[in-house]
Design a protein around this ligand. Sequence first.
Ligand code: CP
Ligand code: NVA
Length: 317
Amino acid sequence: MNLTGRSLLTLADYSRTEIEYLVDLSIRLKQEWQTQALRPRRLEGYTLAMIFEKLSTRTRSAFETAFGEEGGLPVFLSKQDIHLGSKEDLADTARVLGRMYDCIQFRGFSQATVEALAKWSGVPVYNGLTDDFHPTQALADLMTLKECRGSLDGAHIAYVGDGRNNVARSLLVACARIGVTMSVGAPAELSPDPAFVATCAAEAHRNGARVDVTTDPVAAVRGADAVYTDVWVSMGEESEAARRAQILSPYRVTTDLMRSAGSDAVFLHCLPAVKGQEVTVDVFEGPASRVFDQAENRKHTIKAVLLSTLGRIDAQQ
Ligand code: CP
Ligand code: NVA
């Protein structure tokens, strides 16, 4: 397995073996991070440009700490500070960054922007969230579920809430690719695009799993190993807030809904959470919640992506 030079724009570009490799490497890196007194400096002399059009706590911190701990230099570039698509066109910015940095992280609105950065920069580019996808989040989600269950074989994730957002879409792609069943409970107007679902469902079927989409949140969570939700209003959609609160209230994750999932089900959320809206405080703070493990795992999964795509770790390690 050699991921050197690869970008991560969507997990649709990664094979099942590659995704499983990254999840397992993340688990090994976490163990190494927790037990080794002296941290390896595998990225000494390397640089990472981190472009942010949208706010971030976890993704920014995961990239900065993962890269910095390994001896590399991450440089934060908010859109207020650089000429991104205003005075200078994107292809020029990408080519300049590609001459100075070893890799680029982009968080922002358009998937086309992260794709253009990859096309023009000539260095690995990582999607730290766009309107369409959040692939590094999905890696951390799979890692967390694997830690909880010991294995992803036969696993089932239920996602309830806004079924067409970036987090839901990346999870659908990832689960279908590695054969994890995913059920989505969402109101019709926030259900994932049927053509996208059909593609994921066909792939899930080939990999021994299923994709189910329903408007019934109780049916969605039945038999699930993990109940997952995300904010009802994603960044950039603030004008939708009132309508979302109206149509998504039956999809709030409550203790009752968790009971329908079964006694061993864990609760997952990419965070940040609006407690009392998509999830009640008792579930968020309750014994089934794994949200802070999941948040920590962002760092280990991102470290796995960085080391692998920069060719700084032996695939056998
Ligand atoms: N989950 C996640 O991406 O969090 P941030 O928006 O804080 O980066
Ligand atoms: N769907 C959310 C995820 C935040 C990590 C958003 O895009 O705002």
